[in-house]
Design a protein around this ligand. Structure first.
Ligand SMILES: Cc1ncc(COP(=O)(O)O)c(C=O)c1O
Length: 509
């Protein structure tokens, strides 16, 4: 019988460490060392007594058992020899072997007190009871998506993960309804904000013009990001709840050359939806070379986006909103035109982690199932993204957009029924992912949000810097919309009605 590689490796390291006596600091008798089933090492009492120094022994054993725990042939740089030669004991952290437990911990009770018939905590789920998160992102997550985060450790360049990442990137194309091979999906560890940095550092050069269409807080921030990398950002600002007119946009494009036009598809601070299809048409007609950049952080996965058909150049988004994956991934789709603009830059990008020079080849490789490394991907998050995108793309995207539009219509009708108004007054300006609701005169967000929480529902306060306490925001995306068994929307509307009544009564209104 041929001994396994692992066994040969073990014999090799064992004999070098314990039998040759080459250690500079510790002498351990081989007879006193026992390899545990979990890969750790135990000394018998007599052998412990023979050690020159107990603390040195702990440090040394820490190094040895860490290596053995991996139970795999070692990559060259990770042998006990190189660790021994290259690090001082003080560099090393004490290693406590992992003891896996099968005990199931009892979930904590929900962080609110309410009578059972008014509680709306999630019950159709294996998740611990919790108040339903209906802010405009992060949103509630599907059990299967969360469970994929518990994937065991694997190499980010091993065949298993490479396959998962490659498939994930192909599904990002489907999410954007794109079949253009020149377009390129990108998934990088980071939040939605990293998408702004990627655009600002790669697609615009110092001194070039950017036109920012402002429908709320997030346009101000995107403009600041563009300026950080040296662009001249011009904003067209609309009154709160409205959006710049098509005439204003056309006029601005005729006045000077713009490298990019940025549009926030849904501004999460106001709930205003922009017509990105119409804006892209105007840009192509008036200034065909200008790149159309969409901030889709609060729209991708619930608002219609036909990336190729609408001739869009960049959509940037994040994992935690309508895509339904925990926060931590920055997701972008770039057109062939955008990739060309990057490749023909006159100056190198003023960013390192955000540089497309680093990421484009990596993404192409992963999508062709070739292992590749620039910076370590968030492997567990990519598994979660794979799961949620598998669910989303299993059905036609128009079905998903329609489900969000229906839920949104239901919410907006109920809001109106309560005598409340939205920041986005015109129906064509109203997002389907969320609703930003003006509070009645005399009430502020802190008067209403605790009443909602008491009923197991979490909404967000306002975010627009001119009126943050005068309104609240209700996010209706992802599983809260697509899984009717959860009843999240109905429960939230009932909770809102009661919380408002309580708040009015408390204020004598
Ligand atoms: C429209 C919009 N753009 C950008 C961002 C920034 O994304 P992140 O918070 O993931 O960095 C957000 C966050 O809510 C957003 O709503």
């Amino acid at each position: 019988m041929v001994p396994s590689t692992n066994f040969l490796l073990f014999l090799f390291f064992f004999s070098v460490f314990f039998l040759s006596g080459t250690s500079r600091r510790t002498k351990v008798g081989a007879a006193g060392v026992r390899l545990n089933l979990d890969g750790g090492i135990t000394l018998d009492g007599a052998s412990r007594g023979k050690l020159t120094s107990p603390s040195q022994a702990t440090q040394r054993l820490s190094l040895i058992s860490r290596h053995l725990d991996q139970r795999l042939p070692l990559p060259e740089l990770n042998t006990p020899f190189s660790t021994e030669r290259n690090s001082l004991p003080s560099d090393d952290l004490e290693y406590n072997p992992l003891h896996r437990s099968t005990t199931i911990t009892t979930p904590l009770p929900p962080p609110f007190s309410s009578s059972p018939n008014t509680s709306t905590s999630t019950i159709m789920s294996t998740q611990a009871p919790h108040s339903t998160l209906l802010i405009p992102g992060p949103i509630e997550f599907d059990d299967a998506v969360l469970q994929s985060m518990a994937h065991y450790a694997e190499s980010h360049v091993g065949p298993g993960f490479v396959k998962t990442f490659g498939e994930t990137l192909s599904m990002v194309r489907k999410l954007f309804q794109s079949t253009d091979p020149a377009a390129q999906p990108i998934v990088v560890s980071g939040s939605g904000t990293l998408g702004w940095d990627i655009v600002a550092s790669n697609l615009v050069e110092k001194g070039e013009n950017a036109l920012v269409l402002h429908t709320g807080y997030f346009a101000d921030s995107f403009a600041t990001c563009l300026e950080t990398y040296g662009a001249n950002a011009t904003q067209i600002k609309a009154p709160i709840g409205d959006r710049p007119s098509f005439e204003q946009i056309e006029q601005a494009l005729k006045e000077k050359p713009y490298k990019v036009v940025t549009i926030t598809h849904v501004d999460t601070s106001t709930g205003v939806l922009s017509d990105i299809k119409r804006v892209a048409e105007i840009v192509r007609r008036v200034s065909p070379e200008t790149l159309v950049v969409v901030d889709g952080v609060c729209s991708v996965g619930c608002e219609e986006i036909a990336f190729d058909a609408w001739d869009i150049d960049v959509v940037l988004t994040a994992s935690q909103k309508a895509i339904g994956c925990p926060p931590g991934l920055s997701i972008l789709m770039l057109s062939g035109r955008a990739v060309n603009v990057f490749q023909n830059r006159k100056t190198p990008p003023a960013a390192y982690y955000a540089s497309l020079a680093n990421w484009l080849p990596i993404m192409k490789n992963y999508e062709s199932f070739k292992p590749s490394y620039f910076a370590t991907p968030a492997t567990q998050l990519v598994h979660a993204l794979h799961t949620t995108l598998s669910q989303i793309t299993a059905r036609p995207m128009p079905e998903r957009f329609a489900a969000h539009a229906q839920a949104s219509a239901r919410v907006k009708a109920a809001i109106e029924g309560l005598g409340l108004q939205q920041l986005a007054a015109k129906p064509e300006n109203q997002a389907h992912a969320m609703t930003a609701i003006w509070l009645p005169e005399g009430l502020a967000a802190p008067d209403v949000l605790p009443g909602l929480l008491k009923r197991g529902v979490i909404f967000a306060a306002g975010l627009h810097k001119e009126c943050p306490t005068k309104y609240i925001r209700f996010g209706h995306m992802g599983v809260s919309v697509t899984d009717p068994a959860r009843k999240d929307i109905d429960n939230a509307l009932a909770a809102l009605k009661d919380a408002l009544a309580d708040a009015k009564q408390a204020k004598g209104l």
